[in-house]
Ligand binder design. Structure first.
Ligand code: S3P
Length: 451
């Protein structure tokens, strides 16, 4: 929900090490999709391991507003009674997606090809983010959207009464845009085709196939061509949500930079469209071991062991890898600060329109901690100071961004002096148990600012 309570300053300081098993929560991307597709199926979908972070709770609330029955059975277990493709009811009130770009963009897609009208809003972070990238293709189906200047929320979407299928080449690397078009295509007769130049996370395609939709993906010279046949009857599923690699990134990266650390994260989702961070860390010389590789709920998973890696070197991260690690650049920049030499991250302009401008947030915070950085519109370079070499001793602004907050707390676990953040509250959007989980490993957090 968009109401944001009082800020919660917090700091992390060096001391002890990190050891043990870190059980990270369910995947945020998969959790949103499980609720939305469950709501569009006919009958009862059962979900286990759902992320119970605020972003996903807001999507559950929204699905109820569109007419689905969504029941919390306890501890990650949820049941959704769907209304079928084309069965969404018109919500009686404004849909508040809180902090979640994924929630609002996917839900806009899911309702845009039905003859209903919905108004969407979110918190101060979400109200700054561009929605035109989604509403533009949705108008091709016959929908209309009226928002604030720059395509910002609050925004009203008038769904198409007689939707037509669409062929759309996504102009940016965005799984949210791709998914919004595919979800709108569900209620359009005939074939909706989405072409993406760079492969982005494919959870929507995998899950649509699991629910029985006719969907194919082919690689061509122009990119991935995804073809969906509209108006299927989606069959309800049992979905086991794997652990989120983007959340796992925090205990894993903290282990790499804290002296003596040895952490095991079981059951991490390792979908190749999400695993770019781990490839990058290995290229830098990180001590990572993937154990017990297996498949769960249609997604590849493994247990990941991460150990303190004092020999890490800065590298040039290939720009074409960006879509597979787009949410991991903040924590990668922290690891880079503790490596030797420069880590060069190019092709990352999308970071400027996430929950915050993540290039700016990381650059300012790292500078305040005594790290030299260079940036331009599409690039960030971090000049590493070696293991234990980051001075710290600053309070970093998190701009309502959970990943910025967790990144700087990880930096504080290894820096010479403590690192504070102005607000830890947004962490609950994706990783509600971050603080106790990291403390159980040995992290030293103090609520309140650096005095
Ligand atoms: C997501 C896609 C990515 C990512 C976000 C989750 C998704 O956004 O940053 O956290 O679940 O589809 P973009 O589609 O804007 O790249």
């Amino acid at each position: 929900m968009s109401g944001h309570g009082a800020p919660l300053p917090m700091m992390a300081r060096r001391g002890g090490t990190l050891r043990g098993v870190a059980k990270v929560p369910g995947d945020k991307s998969i959790s949103h999709r499980a609720l939305i597709l469950g709501a569009l199926a006919v009958g009862e979908t059962r979900i286990t391991g759902l992320l119970e972070g605020q972003d996903v709770l807001d999507t559950a609330h929204a699905m109820r507003a569109f007419g689905a029955e969504v029941t919390h059975m306890g501890h990650g277990e949820w049941v959704v009674h769907g209304v079928g493709v084309g069965g969404f009811a018109e919500p009686e009130d404004v849909i508040d997606c809180g902090n979640s770009g994924t929630g609002v963009r996917l839900i806009m897609g899911a309702m845009a090809s039905s003859p209903i009208t919905a108004t969407f809003t979110g918190d101060a972070s979400l109200r700054k983010r561009p929605m035109g990238r989604v509403t533009e293709p949705l108008t091709l189906f016959g929908a209309a959207a009226y928002g604030r200047s720059g395509g910002r929320l609050p925004m009203t979407v008038v769904g198409a009464a007689g939707p037509v299928p669409v062929r759309y080449a996504v102009p940016i690397a965005s799984a949210q845009v791709k998914s919004a078009v595919l979800l709108a295509g569900l209620n359009a007769p005939g074939q909706t085709v989405v072409i993406e130049g760079a492969a982005t996370r494919d959870h929507t395609e995998r899950m649509l196939a699991g629910f029985g939709a006719d969907i194919t993906t082919e690689d061509s010279d122009t990119g991935r061509v995804i073809t969906l046949t509209g108006q299927p009857e989606l069959r309800p599923q049992s979905i086991a949500v794997p652990c989120d690699p983007s959340s796992a990134a925090f205990p894993v990266c903290a282990a790499l930079i804290v002296e003596g650390a040895d952490v095991l994260v079981p059951g991490i989702g390792l979908n190749p469209t999400r695993a770019g961070l781990f490839t990058t860390l290995q290229e830098m010389g990180a001590d990572l071991a993937f154990e017990n590789r297996r498949e769960e709920g249609g997604e590849p998973v493994a247990d990941l062991r991460a150990r303190f890696s004092p020999g890490m070197k800065g590298i040039e991260v290939p720009p074409e890898r960006a879509p597979t690690m787009i949410d991991e650049y903040p924590i990668l920049s922290v690891v880079a600060a503790f490596a030797e030499g420069a880590t060069v991250m190019r092709g990352v302009r999308e970071l400027r329109v996430k929950e915050s401008d993540r290039i700016d947030a990381m650059a300012r915070g790292l500078e305040a901690c005594g790290v030299r950085v260079e940036e331009d519109e599409d690039m960030l370079i971090v000049h590493g100071m070696g293991p234990g070499g980051v001075p710290g001793g600053a309070t970093c602004a998190t701009h309502l961004d959970h990943r910025i907050a967790m990144s700087f707390l990880c930096a504080g676990m290894a820096a010479k002096d403590p690192v504070g953040i102005d607000d830890a509250a947004p962490i609950s959007t994706s990783f509600p148990m971050f603080e106790p989980l990291m403390e159980a490993l040995g992290a030293q957090f103090v609520r309140g600012g650096i005095s």
